[in-house]
Design a protein. Structure first.
Length: 341
């Protein structure tokens, strides 16, 4: 048996590319919709270890992916820092207005860990039910991506307040500092509970102009990596900076020992050529192509497998799976990737 994901991430060869899908537990699965209904509320699902563990395992049972990702959300962090977060039906997240004073002086880390304890319990439960050949992915949002939701109270007007905060950067920096601390602690606790791989979702990285990415995105990222590895050792880590893969080559020069997630709008061939051959990449099937299926899907999968041949590679989507994705199309992708041995 091999743990294809963690092996790939430490640069070892595997029989075929590791396979999982971002947002693999979710509304495209009837069994998820059923458990979701049973829970009633999204937060109840996230914070009830039995239920969170159950939906984490559902996609593994059905598709036998190489890794489970713990069912939770990036917005558990603002919630644990005391900012109210709700999910209105068909609206996405809604956060109460940010109290900058309170948040930048936050110091009650015991409380913070107590709110998040059910996530860690869900991880240890899941770990106990998962075959040893499967990795268990713990995750967090990046400081910037979490900050965008906290500042705009949701997606707002395309995150106009967050984008404005980049022009008055001092306040933003103090928020990023607290978030860096919170995220590091949350990732460390997930590893202690049983996560074998970590992913950092930087879904809104592309809102930051190139000249500010070092300060707003990469310095906090490096600090999180250093803090986490100082505490728990050399845990494999994937950074998914959506829309900024053109910055990866420069970031890779820092020899961070991390893998990079690639979105579907990035040119995988160009990226492959610009990065050292030992750096693992993950991606980047277009979730819309997965919905569409047919010959276009087959060609897209073969294209990715072909480009990926020469480096440690994890087959994934370029962003989360869409709720209206036909299950048969997911089955087909699994089949094609498994044939790539
Ligand atoms: O299967 C998995 O990948 C694990 C669980 C997971 C969820 N959210 C569950 C979820 C993960 C890894 C996330 C990450 C997440 N959450 C991100 C980063 C990835 C990305 O998509 O860019 C972001 C930005 C969020 C914030 C968030 N949570 C939004 C914007 C929404 C609403 C939009 C939507 O898809 O409905 C959520 C809710 C959410 N998180 C759902 C799920 C399955 C849907 C809620 C439901 O089932 O009612």
């Amino acid at each position: 048996m091999e743990n294809r994901l963690s092996k790939t991430l430490i640069g070892q060869k595997t029989d075929r590319p590791a396979l999982w899908m971002m947002r693999q537990a979710g509304r495209y699965l009837p069994e998820y919709r059923q458990t979701r209904e049973q829970a009633g509320n999204f937060w109840t699902l996230c914070f009830t270890p039995d239920l969170a563990s159950e939906v984490t395992l559902q996609p593994i049972r059905r598709f036998d992916y190489d890794a489970a990702i713990i069912f939770s959300d990036i917005l558990v962090i603002p919630k644990a820092l005391g900012q109210k977060v709700e999910f209105a039906p068909n609206h996405g997240p809604l956060l109460e207005p940010l109290d900058w004073q309170a948040i930048t002086h936050f110091s009650d880390w015991t409380d913070f860990e107590q709110v998040l304890a059910p996530v860690y319990e869900a991880i240890s439960q899941t770990k106990n039910s998962l075959a040893p050949s499967k990795d268990l992915i713990g995750f967090a949002g990046s400081p910037w991506t979490i900050a965008t939701y906290m500042i705009d109270g949701g997606k707002g007007n395309e995150f106009s307040l967050s984008r404005h905060s980049l022009t008055t950067i001092d306040n933003l920096q103090s928020l990023l500092k607290i978030l860096t601390q919170a995220i590091s602690l949350h990732l460390i606790n997930q590893v202690k509970a049983g996560a074998t791989v970590l992913q950092i979702f930087d879904s809104w990285a592309a809102l930051v102009p190139a000249d500010l990415r070092e300060d707003v995105l990469f310095k906090p990222l490096r600090q999180i990596i250093a803090t986490v590895r100082q505490s728990v050792g050399d845990i494999p880590l994937i950074y998914f900076g959506r829309g900024i893969s053109e910055s990866y080559a420069k970031l890779a020069q820092k020899k961070l020992g991390i893998a990079f997630g690639v979105d579907q709008h990035s040119n995988l061939i160009a990226l492959d050529q610009s990065l050292p051959q030992d750096i693992p990449l993950q991606g980047n099937l277009d979730p819309e192509t997965l919905v569409e299926g047919g010959e276009k899907l087959e060609r897209a999968v073969y294209h990715i497998l072909e480009v990926a041949k020469n480096r440690p590679f994890i087959f994934n989507l370029g962003h989360g799976i869409l709720p209206h994705t036909p299950i048969a199309h997911v089955d087909r992708v699994c089949e094609l990737v498994r044939q790539a041995a």
